[in-house]
Design a protein around this ligand. Structure first.
Ligand code: AHR
Length: 504
């Protein structure tokens, strides 16, 4: 039996809402079909955005959205995606299946989507194949209030007001699809390009994100931090506000045989979770290097691509990265969320790859039908941690699970936070495939506790929702707990996430 001790009076850091960020790339059916269907579609929409998808995402609470890529970002020329739609360039999406990209979803549409979702914006600029001028003009187009050729063009295209660009990525994966650069080469380019990401609006400075490492490429982090970090005097902007990190969980660790999203055994389930836990080490090692050069308050880690990457669903376009999503993915999300939350003093933002119909999606669509995945419910249950304070906890008697030697993981993973309303949000996950766990949750510093709300998500490790059975996995009311003074005895089902909201 495990014990979770919570010190309700001691907090350890602020959980930035952006840790629960999303990512939507021009890739497969991620944007077209999945989010944007156009004003003339028979699928109910508002200014071209699917009403069903937007409503579900609002309910899940999206704090920030990254766009337009991914690899697509370093081939994207933003001027292709503005102005009358019939005049927009039709280009080839060379990264993702050589499909025709008609640019009907561009800058204006992105901001419209973020407005509908009520979220912050994270735009990824093009360093790989774009010019400094192009990047400078994009910033001008989006954020310059006065008169300039670009600001005037924005007005001609029907948008008088500027938009708020909260985060701007200066390139994506520039060690790979974004130009195959060495860290030294990219670092110098970064210094140059970021100069032209100007803060036209001092009240809303743009947080500049420098392209960080692929997984455990610590040399990249060292070189880029060494060359790029510059902390400006108080009234000026430094060279960077964040450094990104990409880490995907690939069950078989082999790009040509990653493993199926739905057909896997117990060994592969535990291997997947074990590999996900590696995120902890990556964050520790990268941020140790970063902290030699900058205070984490000034330059945060931005894990802007994470999640499971499997073989595509049989019969689907390999370039579309479409995969199903099971309870295993919900457990992967819970592990990552807990790691990010417990590292909230250094992790400023994280963006799951991706939001709809691509990789570890929260939503899948087929024509006018839509399903919510286990990952969706994990986000939904963790939403209370957004903008809350991380509460000091420790877990004892947490046994190990796993089937392979050397790949054992702790059975329970958890986060406890306190919202501005004073409510304690407790999320606990039982990673075991087949054994339940009773957890004694001991809360100190809070008198006469009351459980206000309790829900759970659980099922077989490979349980998923399909278009035939849309509700096989869903968040349900949870009753397997009892209150004994300031202790809550909770029985966690196998393969589950449980949420308890507790007040005095
Ligand atoms: O998310 C899919 C792709 O994975 C992104 O385009 C790229 O940045 C990464 O390699």
């Amino acid at each position: 039996m495990a014990k979770l001790c919570i010190d309700g009076k001691k907090t350890e850091g602020h959980i930035n809402p952006e840790i629960y960020g999303q990512f939507a790339e021009h890739l497969g059916r991620g944007i077209y079909e999945g989010i944007y269907v156009g004003e003339d579609s028979e699928i109910p929409n508002t200014n071209g955005m699917r009403n069903d998808v937007v409503a579900a995402l609002k309910e899940m609470k999206v704090p920030v959205l990254r766009w337009p890529g991914g690899c697509f970002a370093d081939e994207y020329h933003w001027k292709d995606g503005i102005g009358p739609k019939q005049n927009r360039k039709r280009i080839v999406n060379v990264n993702w299946g050589n499909t025709v990209e008609d640019n009907s979803f561009g800058t204006h549409e992105f901001f419209e989507l973020c407005k509908q979702l009520g979220c912050k914006t994270y735009i990824n600029g093009n360093v790989g194949s774009g010019t400094v001028q192009e990047m400078e003009e994009w910033i001008d187009y989006m954020t310059f209030k006065g008169e300039s050729p670009m600001a005037n063009l924005r007005r001609e295209n029907g948008h008088e007001d500027t938009w708020s660009v909260d985060y701007f990525g200066v390139g994506n994966e520039n060690w790979g699809c974004g130009g195959n650069m060495t860290p030294q080469y990219y670092a110098n380019l970064y210094r140059r390009y970021q100069t032209f990401v100007r803060d036209y609006d001092n009240e809303k400075p743009i947080a500049k994100i420098c392209c960080g490492a692929n997984s455990d490429d610590y040399e990249w982090t060292e070189e880029v931090m060494k060359t790029c970090h510059y902390k400006a005097p108080e009234h000026l902007h430094g060279f960077m506000d964040g450094l990104s990190l990409h880490y995907y969980t690939i069950p078989r660790g082999d790009w040509t045989n990653k493993g199926s999203a739905t057909k896997f055994d117990k060994d592969e389930y535990y291997t997947t979770l074990y590999k996900t836990k590696y995120m902890e080490e990556l964050i520790r090692k990268h941020t140790n290097i970063m902290s030699k050069y900058a205070d984490p308050k000034d330059v945060g880690l931005i894990v802007d691509e994470w999640g499971c990457w499997y073989d595509v669903e049989p019969g689907t376009n390999p370039g579309f990265l479409y995969q199903q999503n099971t309870m295993r993915d919900a457990m992967v999300a819970a592990i990552n969320f807990d790691i990010f939350n417990h590292n909230c003093n250094v992790v400023r933002m994280a963006n799951i790859a991706q939001m709809v119909n691509v990789l570890a999606s929260s939503i899948l669509t087929e024509g006018e039908a839509m399903i919510l995945t286990p990952t969706y419910y994990a986000f939904h249950m963790y939403r209370f941690h957004q903008d809350a304070e991380l509460v000091h906890t420790y877990l004892t008697e947490n046994s190990l699970v796993g089937t392979k030697e050397g790949e054992q993981i702790e059975k329970i993973t958890q986060t406890v936070s306190k919202g501005s309303d004073g409510i304690l949000n407790i999320t606990m996950s039982n990673l075991s495939v087949d054994s339940e766990e009773t957890v004694d949750v001991m809360i100190s510093g809070v008198e006469n506790i009351k459980v206000l709300e309790a829900s759970s998500l659980n099922g077989k490790m490979d349980a998923c929702n399909t278009f035939e059975q849309t509700d096989a996995v869903q968040e349900m009311e949870f009753t397997e707990y009892s209150l004994e003074g300031n202790m809550i005895k909770v029985v966690l089902p196998p393969c589950s996430i449980v949420l308890l909201r507790v007040s005095e």
